[in-house]
Design a protein around this ligand. Structure first.
Ligand code: 13P
Ligand code: SF4
Length: 392
Protein backbone atom coordinates (compact mmCIF):
# COMPACT_ATOMS: atom_id res chain seq x y z
CA UNK A 1 0.00 0.00 0.00
CA UNK A 2 1.30 3.49 -0.79
CA UNK A 3 2.14 5.60 2.23
CA UNK A 4 0.44 8.86 1.22
CA UNK A 5 1.84 10.78 4.18
CA UNK A 6 5.41 10.25 2.99
CA UNK A 7 4.67 11.93 -0.36
CA UNK A 8 3.22 15.07 1.20
CA UNK A 9 5.35 18.20 1.48
CA UNK A 10 4.21 21.42 3.09
CA UNK A 11 3.39 24.00 0.40
CA UNK A 12 5.91 26.81 0.14
CA UNK A 13 4.78 30.28 1.09
CA UNK A 14 4.54 31.66 -2.44
CA UNK A 15 1.86 33.84 -3.97
CA UNK A 16 -0.02 30.79 -5.19
CA UNK A 17 0.62 28.22 -2.46
CA UNK A 18 -2.42 27.05 -0.57
CA UNK A 19 -1.91 27.11 3.17
CA UNK A 20 -3.69 24.38 5.05
CA UNK A 21 -5.97 25.53 7.82
CA UNK A 22 -4.11 25.61 11.11
CA UNK A 23 -0.76 24.92 9.40
CA UNK A 24 0.86 28.36 9.35
CA UNK A 25 0.05 31.84 8.17
CA UNK A 26 1.19 34.45 5.69
CA UNK A 27 0.67 37.85 7.30
CA UNK A 28 1.52 39.62 4.02
CA UNK A 29 -1.55 38.24 2.28
CA UNK A 30 -5.13 37.25 2.90
CA UNK A 31 -3.95 33.77 3.81
CA UNK A 32 -3.62 34.09 7.58
CA UNK A 33 -4.75 30.71 8.87
CA UNK A 34 -3.64 30.40 12.48
CA UNK A 35 -6.36 30.41 15.09
CA UNK A 36 -4.99 30.60 18.60
CA UNK A 37 -6.96 29.59 21.69
CA UNK A 38 -9.54 26.99 22.70
CA UNK A 39 -12.68 27.17 20.64
CA UNK A 40 -15.98 26.08 22.17
CA UNK A 41 -17.36 22.88 20.64
CA UNK A 42 -19.90 23.51 17.84
CA UNK A 43 -22.21 21.11 19.69
CA UNK A 44 -22.19 23.21 22.88
CA UNK A 45 -25.93 23.87 23.55
CA UNK A 46 -25.06 27.09 25.42
CA UNK A 47 -23.38 28.92 22.52
CA UNK A 48 -26.25 31.37 21.99
CA UNK A 49 -26.50 32.10 25.72
CA UNK A 50 -22.71 32.52 25.95
CA UNK A 51 -22.59 34.98 23.03
CA UNK A 52 -25.54 36.91 24.46
CA UNK A 53 -23.93 37.12 27.90
CA UNK A 54 -20.50 38.13 26.58
CA UNK A 55 -21.97 40.80 24.33
CA UNK A 56 -24.09 42.18 27.19
CA UNK A 57 -21.03 42.26 29.48
CA UNK A 58 -19.09 44.27 26.90
CA UNK A 59 -21.99 46.69 26.24
CA UNK A 60 -21.06 49.73 24.14
CA UNK A 61 -17.37 48.78 24.22
CA UNK A 62 -18.01 46.33 21.40
CA UNK A 63 -19.66 46.81 18.00
CA UNK A 64 -20.36 43.72 15.91
CA UNK A 65 -20.50 44.03 12.12
CA UNK A 66 -21.99 41.27 9.93
CA UNK A 67 -21.56 40.95 6.17
CA UNK A 68 -24.63 39.78 4.26
CA UNK A 69 -22.89 36.50 3.39
CA UNK A 70 -22.44 35.45 7.00
CA UNK A 71 -24.30 32.54 8.56
CA UNK A 72 -27.59 33.23 10.40
CA UNK A 73 -26.06 31.96 13.66
CA UNK A 74 -23.61 34.88 13.49
CA UNK A 75 -25.86 37.49 11.87
CA UNK A 76 -28.23 37.30 14.86
CA UNK A 77 -25.49 38.97 16.96
CA UNK A 78 -24.60 41.71 14.46
CA UNK A 79 -25.34 45.29 15.51
CA UNK A 80 -25.43 46.17 11.83
CA UNK A 81 -25.46 44.14 8.61
CA UNK A 82 -24.34 45.34 5.20
CA UNK A 83 -22.04 45.00 2.22
CA UNK A 84 -18.32 45.62 2.60
CA UNK A 85 -18.60 49.36 1.92
CA UNK A 86 -21.48 49.98 4.28
CA UNK A 87 -19.75 48.01 7.03
CA UNK A 88 -16.53 50.01 6.65
CA UNK A 89 -18.57 53.21 6.91
CA UNK A 90 -20.41 51.88 9.96
CA UNK A 91 -17.13 51.02 11.66
CA UNK A 92 -15.90 54.57 11.03
CA UNK A 93 -19.14 55.98 12.45
CA UNK A 94 -18.56 54.32 15.86
CA UNK A 95 -15.56 56.15 17.34
CA UNK A 96 -16.78 55.25 20.84
CA UNK A 97 -16.50 51.47 20.35
CA UNK A 98 -13.25 50.11 21.74
CA UNK A 99 -13.61 46.84 19.81
CA UNK A 100 -15.03 46.30 16.32
CA UNK A 101 -15.72 42.58 15.89
CA UNK A 102 -15.85 42.06 12.13
CA UNK A 103 -17.91 39.09 10.97
CA UNK A 104 -16.71 39.13 7.37
CA UNK A 105 -13.39 38.54 5.67
CA UNK A 106 -9.85 39.83 6.11
CA UNK A 107 -9.84 42.66 3.55
CA UNK A 108 -13.02 44.08 5.11
CA UNK A 109 -11.45 44.09 8.57
CA UNK A 110 -8.40 45.85 7.08
CA UNK A 111 -10.63 48.55 5.56
CA UNK A 112 -12.33 49.00 8.93
CA UNK A 113 -8.91 49.37 10.60
CA UNK A 114 -7.89 51.97 8.01
CA UNK A 115 -11.07 54.00 8.58
CA UNK A 116 -11.27 53.78 12.38
CA UNK A 117 -9.28 55.60 15.06
CA UNK A 118 -5.85 54.23 16.04
CA UNK A 119 -7.01 53.30 19.54
CA UNK A 120 -9.92 51.18 18.22
CA UNK A 121 -9.17 47.50 17.71
CA UNK A 122 -10.64 45.57 14.78
CA UNK A 123 -11.04 41.86 15.47
CA UNK A 124 -11.59 39.06 12.94
CA UNK A 125 -12.94 36.05 14.88
CA UNK A 126 -11.17 33.57 12.57
CA UNK A 127 -7.98 34.59 10.77
CA UNK A 128 -8.66 31.91 8.15
CA UNK A 129 -11.50 34.07 6.84
CA UNK A 130 -9.65 35.50 3.84
CA UNK A 131 -10.91 36.06 0.30
CA UNK A 132 -9.67 34.03 -2.64
CA UNK A 133 -10.27 36.93 -5.02
CA UNK A 134 -8.23 39.36 -2.92
CA UNK A 135 -5.46 36.74 -2.79
CA UNK A 136 -5.27 36.73 -6.59
CA UNK A 137 -3.54 40.12 -6.60
CA UNK A 138 -0.31 40.21 -4.59
CA UNK A 139 1.55 43.52 -4.29
CA UNK A 140 4.80 42.26 -5.88
CA UNK A 141 2.90 41.01 -8.95
CA UNK A 142 1.04 44.30 -9.32
CA UNK A 143 4.27 46.30 -9.04
CA UNK A 144 5.82 44.09 -11.74
CA UNK A 145 2.89 44.89 -14.03
CA UNK A 146 3.25 48.60 -13.32
CA UNK A 147 6.98 48.46 -14.14
CA UNK A 148 6.03 46.97 -17.50
CA UNK A 149 3.67 49.91 -18.13
CA UNK A 150 6.51 52.29 -17.17
CA UNK A 151 8.95 50.57 -19.52
CA UNK A 152 6.41 50.85 -22.33
CA UNK A 153 5.88 54.54 -21.57
CA UNK A 154 2.14 54.15 -20.88
CA UNK A 155 2.08 54.33 -17.05
CA UNK A 156 1.29 58.06 -17.19
CA UNK A 157 -1.93 57.26 -19.10
CA UNK A 158 -3.05 54.47 -16.76
CA UNK A 159 -5.30 55.03 -13.74
CA UNK A 160 -5.31 52.10 -11.29
CA UNK A 161 -8.71 51.18 -9.87
CA UNK A 162 -9.12 48.49 -7.25
CA UNK A 163 -12.27 46.80 -6.08
CA UNK A 164 -12.91 47.01 -2.34
CA UNK A 165 -12.26 43.24 -2.36
CA UNK A 166 -8.48 43.61 -2.32
CA UNK A 167 -5.81 43.70 0.35
CA UNK A 168 -4.74 46.94 2.05
CA UNK A 169 -1.41 46.63 0.20
CA UNK A 170 -3.18 46.87 -3.15
CA UNK A 171 -5.34 49.77 -2.00
CA UNK A 172 -2.12 51.46 -0.85
CA UNK A 173 -0.53 50.88 -4.27
CA UNK A 174 -3.59 52.44 -5.93
CA UNK A 175 -3.49 55.44 -3.58
CA UNK A 176 0.24 55.97 -4.31
CA UNK A 177 -0.48 55.94 -8.04
CA UNK A 178 -3.38 58.42 -8.00
CA UNK A 179 -6.15 55.88 -8.46
CA UNK A 180 -9.36 55.02 -6.67
CA UNK A 181 -11.10 52.21 -4.81
CA UNK A 182 -14.55 51.14 -6.01
CA UNK A 183 -17.33 48.86 -4.84
CA UNK A 184 -19.83 46.91 -6.88
CA UNK A 185 -22.33 49.75 -6.40
CA UNK A 186 -20.13 52.64 -7.56
CA UNK A 187 -17.86 50.95 -10.16
CA UNK A 188 -19.31 52.98 -13.04
CA UNK A 189 -18.81 56.28 -11.22
CA UNK A 190 -15.24 55.24 -10.38
CA UNK A 191 -14.53 54.41 -14.03
CA UNK A 192 -16.15 57.66 -15.27
CA UNK A 193 -13.85 59.60 -12.93
CA UNK A 194 -10.81 57.51 -13.92
CA UNK A 195 -11.31 58.07 -17.65
CA UNK A 196 -11.32 61.82 -16.93
CA UNK A 197 -7.86 61.39 -15.34
CA UNK A 198 -6.29 59.12 -17.99
CA UNK A 199 -6.99 57.19 -21.16
CA UNK A 200 -6.61 53.69 -19.69
CA UNK A 201 -7.73 51.89 -16.54
CA UNK A 202 -5.84 49.10 -14.77
CA UNK A 203 -8.64 47.26 -12.95
CA UNK A 204 -7.83 45.02 -9.95
CA UNK A 205 -8.48 42.26 -8.96
CA UNK A 206 -11.90 41.23 -10.36
CA UNK A 207 -11.83 40.91 -14.14
CA UNK A 208 -15.59 40.33 -14.24
CA UNK A 209 -16.64 43.48 -12.38
CA UNK A 210 -14.22 45.48 -14.54
CA UNK A 211 -15.38 43.97 -17.83
CA UNK A 212 -19.09 44.04 -16.96
CA UNK A 213 -18.95 47.68 -15.94
CA UNK A 214 -16.87 48.81 -18.93
CA UNK A 215 -18.88 46.92 -21.56
CA UNK A 216 -22.42 46.86 -20.19
CA UNK A 217 -22.52 50.23 -18.46
CA UNK A 218 -20.01 52.40 -20.34
CA UNK A 219 -20.33 51.22 -23.92
CA UNK A 220 -16.83 49.82 -24.40
CA UNK A 221 -16.28 46.83 -26.71
CA UNK A 222 -14.95 43.53 -25.41
CA UNK A 223 -11.96 44.23 -27.67
CA UNK A 224 -11.16 47.34 -25.62
CA UNK A 225 -10.44 45.05 -22.67
CA UNK A 226 -7.30 42.92 -22.27
CA UNK A 227 -6.56 40.40 -19.54
CA UNK A 228 -3.28 40.74 -17.64
CA UNK A 229 -2.26 37.31 -16.30
CA UNK A 230 0.31 37.73 -13.50
CA UNK A 231 1.43 34.12 -13.98
CA UNK A 232 2.56 34.69 -17.57
CA UNK A 233 5.67 36.61 -18.64
CA UNK A 234 4.73 40.22 -19.34
CA UNK A 235 1.17 39.41 -18.24
CA UNK A 236 0.73 37.38 -21.43
CA UNK A 237 0.17 40.57 -23.44
CA UNK A 238 2.08 42.09 -26.32
CA UNK A 239 3.28 45.70 -26.27
CA UNK A 240 0.72 46.52 -28.94
CA UNK A 241 -2.15 44.97 -26.95
CA UNK A 242 -1.19 47.06 -23.91
CA UNK A 243 -0.82 50.22 -25.97
CA UNK A 244 -4.24 49.92 -27.62
CA UNK A 245 -6.24 48.63 -24.61
CA UNK A 246 -8.60 50.92 -22.72
CA UNK A 247 -9.26 48.48 -19.86
CA UNK A 248 -6.38 46.36 -18.57
CA UNK A 249 -8.15 43.74 -16.43
CA UNK A 250 -6.30 41.78 -13.77
CA UNK A 251 -6.84 38.05 -14.05
CA UNK A 252 -8.74 37.59 -10.79
CA UNK A 253 -12.26 36.43 -10.04
CA UNK A 254 -14.58 35.44 -7.21
CA UNK A 255 -14.60 31.69 -6.74
CA UNK A 256 -18.23 31.86 -5.60
CA UNK A 257 -19.82 34.14 -8.23
CA UNK A 258 -17.56 32.72 -10.93
CA UNK A 259 -19.34 29.39 -10.59
CA UNK A 260 -22.62 30.54 -12.11
CA UNK A 261 -22.85 29.65 -15.79
CA UNK A 262 -25.00 30.52 -18.74
CA UNK A 263 -26.43 26.97 -18.46
CA UNK A 264 -27.79 27.83 -14.99
CA UNK A 265 -29.62 30.79 -16.52
CA UNK A 266 -31.06 28.71 -19.40
CA UNK A 267 -32.06 25.90 -17.08
CA UNK A 268 -33.96 28.14 -14.65
CA UNK A 269 -35.74 29.98 -17.47
CA UNK A 270 -37.00 26.64 -18.84
CA UNK A 271 -37.99 25.37 -15.41
CA UNK A 272 -39.68 28.54 -14.11
CA UNK A 273 -41.55 30.50 -16.81
CA UNK A 274 -41.47 34.26 -16.20
CA UNK A 275 -38.60 34.03 -13.71
CA UNK A 276 -36.48 37.16 -13.17
CA UNK A 277 -32.77 36.45 -13.16
CA UNK A 278 -30.89 38.75 -10.78
CA UNK A 279 -27.10 38.46 -10.44
CA UNK A 280 -24.10 40.15 -8.83
CA UNK A 281 -21.61 41.87 -11.21
CA UNK A 282 -18.84 39.53 -9.99
CA UNK A 283 -20.50 36.89 -12.21
CA UNK A 284 -19.03 36.09 -15.64
CA UNK A 285 -19.82 38.40 -18.53
CA UNK A 286 -22.08 35.94 -20.42
CA UNK A 287 -24.08 35.27 -17.24
CA UNK A 288 -24.55 38.97 -16.53
CA UNK A 289 -25.53 39.56 -20.16
CA UNK A 290 -28.16 36.82 -19.98
CA UNK A 291 -29.58 38.09 -16.66
CA UNK A 292 -32.50 40.52 -16.32
CA UNK A 293 -31.00 42.55 -13.50
CA UNK A 294 -27.48 43.03 -12.18
CA UNK A 295 -26.30 44.75 -9.04
CA UNK A 296 -24.42 44.72 -5.75
CA UNK A 297 -25.52 42.87 -2.66
CA UNK A 298 -27.41 45.93 -1.39
CA UNK A 299 -29.07 46.32 -4.82
CA UNK A 300 -30.18 42.67 -4.76
CA UNK A 301 -31.72 43.11 -1.31
CA UNK A 302 -33.59 46.27 -2.36
CA UNK A 303 -34.79 44.71 -5.64
CA UNK A 304 -36.32 41.77 -3.80
CA UNK A 305 -37.86 44.01 -1.14
CA UNK A 306 -39.57 45.99 -3.91
CA UNK A 307 -40.63 42.96 -6.01
CA UNK A 308 -44.38 42.28 -6.25
CA UNK A 309 -45.91 39.36 -4.35
CA UNK A 310 -46.07 36.23 -6.49
CA UNK A 311 -43.07 37.15 -8.65
CA UNK A 312 -40.31 34.57 -9.23
CA UNK A 313 -36.58 35.31 -8.83
CA UNK A 314 -33.46 33.26 -9.48
CA UNK A 315 -30.61 34.97 -7.65
CA UNK A 316 -26.91 34.58 -8.48
CA UNK A 317 -25.03 35.50 -5.33
CA UNK A 318 -23.84 33.83 -2.12
CA UNK A 319 -26.20 31.23 -0.73
CA UNK A 320 -26.50 32.46 2.88
CA UNK A 321 -27.91 35.73 1.59
CA UNK A 322 -30.25 34.08 -0.93
CA UNK A 323 -31.60 31.71 1.76
CA UNK A 324 -32.19 34.61 4.14
CA UNK A 325 -33.98 36.63 1.46
CA UNK A 326 -36.17 33.65 0.53
CA UNK A 327 -37.19 33.25 4.19
CA UNK A 328 -37.82 37.00 4.55
CA UNK A 329 -40.16 37.04 1.51
CA UNK A 330 -42.42 33.97 1.71
CA UNK A 331 -44.89 35.70 -0.65
CA UNK A 332 -42.28 35.67 -3.48
CA UNK A 333 -40.67 32.70 -5.14
CA UNK A 334 -36.95 33.29 -4.48
CA UNK A 335 -34.49 30.58 -5.53
CA UNK A 336 -30.78 30.09 -5.93
CA UNK A 337 -29.61 30.45 -9.55
CA UNK A 338 -27.44 27.33 -9.53
CA UNK A 339 -28.37 23.79 -8.56
CA UNK A 340 -25.13 23.22 -6.68
CA UNK A 341 -24.26 24.70 -3.31
CA UNK A 342 -22.37 27.97 -3.50
CA UNK A 343 -21.37 29.18 -0.04
CA UNK A 344 -18.31 31.36 0.31
CA UNK A 345 -16.14 28.96 2.30
CA UNK A 346 -13.97 31.66 3.84
CA UNK A 347 -16.93 33.84 4.88
CA UNK A 348 -18.34 30.70 6.48
CA UNK A 349 -15.21 30.27 8.60
CA UNK A 350 -16.78 32.78 10.98
CA UNK A 351 -19.17 30.59 12.91
CA UNK A 352 -20.77 30.86 16.33
CA UNK A 353 -17.92 29.07 18.18
CA UNK A 354 -15.40 31.59 16.80
CA UNK A 355 -17.66 34.52 17.66
CA UNK A 356 -18.22 33.23 21.21
CA UNK A 357 -14.47 32.69 21.61
CA UNK A 358 -13.63 36.22 20.42
CA UNK A 359 -16.27 37.87 22.64
CA UNK A 360 -15.33 35.84 25.73
CA UNK A 361 -11.64 36.65 25.20
CA UNK A 362 -12.56 40.35 25.22
CA UNK A 363 -14.57 39.92 28.42
CA UNK A 364 -11.52 38.22 29.97
CA UNK A 365 -9.37 41.25 29.08
CA UNK A 366 -7.50 39.65 26.16
CA UNK A 367 -7.80 41.09 22.65
CA UNK A 368 -7.59 38.30 20.05
CA UNK A 369 -6.98 38.33 16.28
CA UNK A 370 -6.43 42.08 15.91
CA UNK A 371 -6.18 43.21 12.27
CA UNK A 372 -3.68 46.05 11.90
CA UNK A 373 -2.58 47.82 8.75
CA UNK A 374 0.79 49.57 9.01
CA UNK A 375 0.60 53.37 9.01
CA UNK A 376 2.29 53.94 5.64
CA UNK A 377 0.03 51.46 3.82
CA UNK A 378 -3.01 52.77 5.70
CA UNK A 379 -2.19 56.35 4.70
CA UNK A 380 -1.97 55.49 0.98
CA UNK A 381 -5.01 53.23 1.11
CA UNK A 382 -6.97 56.03 2.79
CA UNK A 383 -6.08 58.33 -0.13
CA UNK A 384 -7.69 55.84 -2.56
CA UNK A 385 -10.69 55.27 -0.26
CA UNK A 386 -11.18 59.02 0.25
CA UNK A 387 -11.06 59.46 -3.54
CA UNK A 388 -13.89 56.93 -3.77
CA UNK A 389 -15.91 58.78 -1.12
CA UNK A 390 -15.36 62.03 -3.08
CA UNK A 391 -16.60 60.58 -6.39
CA UNK A 392 -19.16 62.88 -8.04
P1 13P B 1 -20.62 43.45 -1.95
O1 13P B 1 -21.17 42.99 -0.64
O2 13P B 1 -19.86 44.72 -1.80
O3 13P B 1 -21.66 43.48 -3.02
O4 13P B 1 -19.49 42.40 -2.39
C1 13P B 1 -19.77 41.09 -2.61
C2 13P B 1 -18.71 40.22 -2.11
O5 13P B 1 -18.31 39.28 -2.74
C3 13P B 1 -18.16 40.50 -0.81
O6 13P B 1 -17.15 39.64 -0.55
FE1 SF4 C 1 -14.14 36.82 -1.77
FE2 SF4 C 1 -16.06 35.96 -3.42
FE3 SF4 C 1 -16.04 35.16 -0.89
FE4 SF4 C 1 -16.65 37.70 -1.50
S1 SF4 C 1 -17.82 35.89 -2.04
S2 SF4 C 1 -15.29 37.01 0.15
S3 SF4 C 1 -15.30 38.05 -3.26
S4 SF4 C 1 -14.46 34.70 -2.44
Amino acid sequence: MTDVTSTWTEPSNTATALLLLGRGSDPASERGVDCPGDLPAPSDPDLVARATAAKAALGDRVFVLGHHYQRDEVIQFADVTGDSFKLAQQAAARPGAEFIVFCGVHFMAESADILTKPEQKVILPDLAAGCSMADMAVLGQVETAWERFEDLGIAGDVVPVTYMNSSADIKGFVGRNKGVVCTSSNAKRALDWSFEQGSKVFFLPDQHLGRNTAVLEMGFDLDDCVLYDPHKPGGGLTDEQLRSARMILWRGHCSVHGRFTIDSVREVRERVPGVNVLVHPECRHDVVRAADYVGSTEYIIKALDAAPAGSAWAVGTELNLVRRLALAHPDKQIMFLDRTVCYCSTMNRIDLPHLVWALEELVAGRVPNVITVDEDTAHNARVALDQMLALP
